[in-house]
Design a protein around this ligand. Sequence first.
Ligand SMILES: Nc1nc2c(ncn2[C@@H]2O[C@H](COP(=O)(O)OP(=O)(O)O)[C@@H](O)[C@H]2O)c(=O)[nH]1
Ligand SMILES: [Mg+2]
Length: 639
Amino acid sequence: MSSIVIGTAGHIDHGKSSLVQALTGKNPDRLPEEKRRGITIDLGFADLDLGDVRVGFVDVPGHERFVKNMLAGAHGIDAVALVIAADEGVMPQTREHFDICRLLGVGHGLIVITKTDLVEEDLLSLVRAEAEELVAGSFLEGAPIIPVSARTGAGLEELRETLRQVAAQTPARLADFVTRLPIDRVFTMKGFGAVVTGTLVSGQISEGDELELLPTGARVRARGVQVHGEAVRSAAAGQRTAVNLAGVELSAIERGMVLADVGRLTTTQILDVHLEVLDSAPRALRTRARLRLHIGAAEVLGRVRVLSTQSEIAPGKSGFAQLRLETPIVALHDERFIIRSYSPPITIAGGVVLDPIATKHRGRELEKAAERLHELMQPERIKKITAFVLAAGDQGLKLEQLIARTGLKDAVLAGALNEARHEGSIADADGVFISPDNLERLADGVVEAVKSHHQHDPLSRGLPRELLRERLFSHAPPELFRAVMNRLESKNKLVTEKDLVRLCEYTVELSTADSNLRDKIAAIYEAAQLEPPTLEQALEKAGVGSAQRAHGRKILQMLLDEGKLIRAQGDMFLHITAMSRLRGLLQDFASQHEPERLIDVPQFKELAGVSRKYAIPLLEYLDSERITRRAGDKRLILK
Ligand SMILES: Nc1nc2c(ncn2[C@@H]2O[C@H](COP(=O)(O)OP(=O)(O)O)[C@@H](O)[C@H]2O)c(=O)[nH]1
Ligand SMILES: [Mg+2]
């Protein structure tokens, strides 16, 4: 059996609650104060079995003071029953509620003219004409208009039949989105703990499910699930749902929070949106205006920044804007919302979220931002996703970041990304999605950086990989850097050797003078063997003037890179032949002193043929290389 959620809408005292009661047999006014005063203050719920369809009614308060409560229930409805009393006709909240439904993108519904028992036929046709005029050009144009009396029961049968038709025309919810239930009511049930209710906007909730409560991020478990007052194993998208939660205190939950799949959605305080300001708004919506955002079941305060040079949107006009909120909320691309002025709180605008996790735009980037938002308004999913990826620039977006923006299920999004990849509109860089142009630009930037390093420092073997990452990828995910480097390496443009990145074809080419100098330095160390000069002495001996010392050190570095020289201690370098001779001498000495294999400093001096000045640093170097190990005041020669 299918089920839909129908919301009432209309002015106070027009008979909304009486109508719901007449249809369902249940009084939706549940609070004692509501019963005593005879007015609806908060949302009421009742359901109606129409045979092949189950209607969940969300009965809203009509009083202007309680529009905020109305909004908490109106966001999730499939269709609206716009209620107009025959004896009063269209009144202020008839218009306001209707505007709200229109701005929220409610696509279906009907008009009910109530209290027909109070008027003559001619007044009834007047009200009917008034209603038609109100909805002309909207989603309710041409919708059924059913006159009823809750008191006499007249018209109720026709209303039931019409509700059945409306239900049949209302499309089922898409199965493409992760679980999301904006909470519109919280209470405790004796012995059960916290219970939350709401319209399950998408996904499903089953008994035992682990869920996340946002914006706090608290983990909770669905201990029990009810739909229409009956325990069920699982609630489906589009159903009025009650969930008994384990793992959370009642005081930690409030209306407006969202119950969602774990780890899929995130919170946000900056949203890029498209806004439509109502004709009836008293003035233009201006940048910096403080306002109330109603999204899902939440109400938060924030300020608007109009993304155009005019810095305002006039009544009856629409445009792009950024909302900056005072508290975090959950919002998704394509989600509808309502804007009310801060004071007095009246409905002035509504719109749709384009980028729910936006960044601040600078003044001169406004046009570019608006252009990008225009792309996000296209209906095709692949184009939207491509627009998100493009907007992420050279940082790209990961799957989870795209989920948090779109609310799409992993597999659905992965499918769309795959298609976009085949089309060539998105590149996949190790799980980071990025526009092919940006990826190309990044790769070019890396090659350029390495090239310029070679130019500036021709004797260096390459640019340290980590430096490259910090310079060009400091804000990007590490996967992206890795992917770009792998790409360049597999295309034989770059090689990484010992954490140094160089162009594939790059070899250090020396001038004749430099190559002579290199040979000279090597010869000086080879001749000195185990009593090497200091670096300064060696360079001086090789004829490097004090102004060229830095250059001389680079040449020496090349000898180190090639393995001809070894750095023993600080400024002390050894020629490779000196080192291998020393190893040989030590092993010979050890085999003659088995099994102890011990050598003291005087013995070492004699063996190596060096003075104490060289013996001590040499031994320390041998220790650090694990060729010898200290044993009291002697050394053990390791095998
Ligand atoms: N005569 C008459 N009175 C009605 C009818 N429906 C509701 N009422 C009365 O109108 C008043 C407001 O009704 P209520 O359902 O609370 O209106 P709501 O504020 O729109 O929910 C109550 O006193 C109802 O008894 C009707 O069809 N005929
Ligand atoms: Mg009511």
